[in-house]
Design a protein around this ligand. Sequence first.
Ligand SMILES: Nc1nc2c(ncn2[C@@H]2O[C@H](COP(=O)(O)OP(=O)(O)OP(=O)(O)O)[C@@H](O)[C@H]2O)c(=O)[nH]1
Ligand SMILES: C[S@@+](CC[C@H](N)C(=O)[O-])C[C@H]1O[C@@H](n2cnc3c(N)ncnc32)[C@H](O)[C@@H]1O
Ligand code: SF4
Ligand code: SF4
Length: 326
Amino acid sequence: MLDSYAREVDYLRVSVTDRCNLRCKYCMPAEGIESLGHTQILALEEIVRLVRVAARVGIRKVRLTGGEPLVRRNITDLVAQIAAIPQITEIALTTNGVLFADLAAELKAAGLTRVNFSLDSLEPDCFHYITSRGNLIDVTGAIAKALALGLAPVKINTVVMKGINDHEILAFVRLAKEMPLHVRFIEFMPVGDLPFYQTDRMVSVSEIKAIIAQQYDLYSGPAVQGNGPAKCYQINGGLGSIGFISAMSDHFCSECNRLRLTADGKLRGCLFGKQEINLKMALQNGASDEKLAHLFSKAIREKPRCHHMSEGWGADNKRKMYQIGG
Ligand SMILES: Nc1nc2c(ncn2[C@@H]2O[C@H](COP(=O)(O)OP(=O)(O)OP(=O)(O)O)[C@@H](O)[C@H]2O)c(=O)[nH]1
Ligand SMILES: C[S@@+](CC[C@H](N)C(=O)[O-])C[C@H]1O[C@@H](n2cnc3c(N)ncnc32)[C@H](O)[C@@H]1O
Ligand code: SF4
Ligand code: SF4
């Protein structure tokens, strides 16, 4: 379905949980997180019903995210049930990878199409520092497993932070050159009013490109399969590719194609907007599929033209990235 700015909205990002087994400094504080209770989050059957209804208004691609989607119990059943909805042509996952290796084969058998991994450092100590508790080897093992299972294209999301991991930019490019991995450098966004965010920790895409240009020529090539905002480039002789997600310096809102469903059942037209439609409440009040479809259409019609992130997150905006589904 087209929104008010003639953008085709066919992509739904579903946050299946606000919980996570890591504490990446750019996303969650290390201590003091209060998770939603079981009764507050959408049941798996409710998620499946909402995706089925969303398909009626034109949603064709679904991405499971969070929090960490793989900490949600019975996630494989959810994948299988969404994959069984005839209009849904793609079901993808964004994960930190920690639990992926053990679940990979069953997720693929259930119908998972592809997977994006968050990986911000290739150095064990730096990785542990950024994630507050993670082991790099779990994630590299998970990535190897995804490649072995042919869940291609396998993408890597790397949030670049000045003085933290910006010295590894060229190492990530080398990784994308030597392996069939699609590394996307992401600008650090001030999502969720986090104390760790500082304007001078953000490294812009143009700064990242200047560092890469010291050693590599990037050139435009065939687009990598995807529905997201990354701009993709090839490396001479490379097996993978490099992408840039310039959420801050050059936002991509004019091409936005997505809605977001939060773990507690709120439908959002924009990652940064404050407007939400309470689908959990509608479900509890016995809403029919027609009524729910109407609410999805309303979210699409009222999708904002673009974000206003430079104005800050707003003290009244209590939402965090891990609650919205990054
Ligand atoms: N500003 C903004 N950033 C987004 C949006 N969607 C994704 N991002 C950023 O892009 C990163 C990568 O997103 P992924 O979850 O891997 O999904 P994707 O890029 O849509 O996936 P592909 O379909 O593989 O292109 C996220 O972590 C966010 O930082 C969005 O709608 N707005
Ligand atoms: C919130 S996580 C959820 C999925 C999963 N736990 C993971 O880490 O891939 C989704 C994505 O959001 C990104 N993200 C979180 N906080 C961010 C921030 N402040 N700026 C930019 N990207 C951020 C992460 O890098 C990750 O790729
Ligand atoms: S980015 Fe993903 S893995 Fe890291 S804390 Fe946020 S939800 Fe967890
Ligand atoms: S900031 Fe909002 S409008 Fe812009 S791309 Fe992200 S979700 Fe879409």
